[in-house]
Design a protein around this ligand. Structure first.
Ligand SMILES: Cc1ncc(COP(=O)(O)O)c(C=O)c1O
Length: 424
């Protein structure tokens, strides 16, 4: 097929895309010549929704005009600010509003959750994570084990793909859990793996872990807003996420947390407490004894960071409007199109390490070039010079994520052209 025909085909796919208009709600970074970059990096930092400037300006104005009264008298009072986010977040993770809360950042939330859901006891003190887990998760988990006076070399069980493979098999995860179950206190895995783009079967893993008496939680940094989730029905104990990736809430934006309803009133569960997790009716009476709020809100520490939370007010309504089913339907087509182009045009030059089965991935594809790491890095640099924004992860992976809310089929086609060019 010649380039003009291919391009026309991509444009036709865009013309019949029911979500195409959402793109206009985002600000695209531009290249030196002023044209739009080909931004395929939403797995790292999502684009800025146009509405963010307005909500931030409004909060600045509330602060300027109302000062301390803004906590109560503003059109969006700051005291219960995070509550406005709960319904949409609950829809995204498949939960009830009682089970979710926007707070802190991801790693902080992971520590708070492990303080409650990693309760080692003699003979059952291990945590299962992946060998290639995101570094922050590795550090958090190992430090929690040490915090209990236990040596991670005996209590950290790391899951690795089979030799020569890049992704974990669900059957291997479950057979490890079966084998080691009696000594596992907590299982902590990703929803979508940051490097390979593999989507984990959270339902199967949770079923297996819970049957064996292990607590189970997930890092949803790369899953929320990317793949459909049903945490409540799957019976997951806890989950944590950030909102600067697929939720487009900006660098350092407020993170979030899910705690299953089963634990909503488990007030005896040890937890790290702060005044914002205390019963709302008596919070300002400053009682000496901590009485947690029922549900995920009971794990809050501090009053909500308004400027880190406000962007979600611009971003989450777009998810509500499109719906995760609609987004996923487009995502399957968009990433499927990228996969088909790469496989039909560049299969000699690269391997896609992300699972080929669309059900076992989100929108990201992770590409390994059949070159030395130095040559592969040069290809990546050439992509950047051509105005493509994706990212490089050591030692040799290029991550590319066409995001259904703002990327087009034409951009996917243009990316593959740019990669062909870079490979020459
Ligand atoms: C999978 C994963 N886990 C954890 C983190 C750490 O997030 P934070 O810096 O918000 O704690 C990231 C950040 O990109 C991530 O991708």
């Amino acid at each position: 097929m010649n380039a003009a025909v291919e391009r026309a085909f991509a444009e036709q796919l865009d013309a019949s895309d029911p979500l195409a208009s959402a793109r206009a709600e985002f600000l695209m970074p531009s290249r030196e010549d002023g044209s739009d970059s080909i931004y395929l990096c939403g797995h790292s930092l999502g684009l800025q929704p146009r509405g963010v400037a307005r909500v931030l300006a409004e909060e600045l104005e509330h602060w300027a005009k109302l000062a301390v009264e803004g906590h109560f008298a503003s059109s969006r009072p700051w005291l219960p600010y995070h509550e406005q986010l709960s319904a949409s977040l609950a829809r995204l993770v498949g939960a009830s509003p009682l089970e979710v809360v926007a707070m802190n950042s991801l790693t902080v939330n992971l520590h708070l959750m492990l303080a409650s859901f990693y309760r080692p006891r003699p003979g059952r003190d291990a945590i299962v994570i992946e060998k290639r887990a995101f570094s922050s998760d590795q550090y958090a988990v190992a430090s929690q084990i040490r915090h209990h006076g236990i040596d991670p070399s005996s209590a950290l069980i790391e899951l690795a793909p089979r030799p020569g493979e890049d992704v974990l098999r669900t059957e291997d995860i479950c057979s490890l859990l079966e084998r080691e179950g009696s000594r596992i206190a907590t299982v902590m895995l990703p929803g979508v793996q940051y490097l390979s783009g593999q989507r984990f079967d959270l339902e199967a893993i949770t079923r297996c872990a819970r049957r064996l008496g292990c607590a189970v939680g997930f890092d949803l940094a790369h899953a929320i807003g990317n793949v459909p989730l049903r945490l409540h029905d799957w019976d997951v104990d806890f989950a944590v996420w950030c909102s600067y990736k697929y939720l487009n809430a900006g660098p350092g934006a407020i993170g979030g947390c899910f705690v299953h309803e089963r634990h909503a009133r488990s007030f005896e569960l040890p937890r790290l407490a702060g005044w914002w997790g205390h019963d709302k009716d008596s919070r300002f009476q400053m009682p000496a004894t901590f009485q947690p709020i029922a549900g995920a809100e009971g794990w809050q520490l501090s009053n909500p960071p308004i400027f880190a939370a406000a962007p979600l007010l611009a971003s989450l309504p777009m998810f509500d409007a499109a719906g995760m089913d609609g987004l996923r339907a487009k995502s399957l087509k968009l990433t499927g199109y990228l996969q088909a182009l790469l496989q039909s045009q560049l299969s000699d030059a690269l391997t896609i390490i992300t699972p080929g089965d669309p059900e076992a991935r989100g929108c990201q594809l992770s590409i390994r070039l059949r070159r030395s790491p130095a040559d592969a890095r040069a290809v990546f640099d050439s992509l950047a010079r051509q105005g493509v924004v994706c990212d490089w992860r050591e030692p040799d992976i290029i991550r590319v994520a066409p995001v259904p809310l703002y990327n087009s089929f034409l951009e996917v086609w243009q990316f593959v052209r740019a990669l062909q060019q870079a490979l020459q």
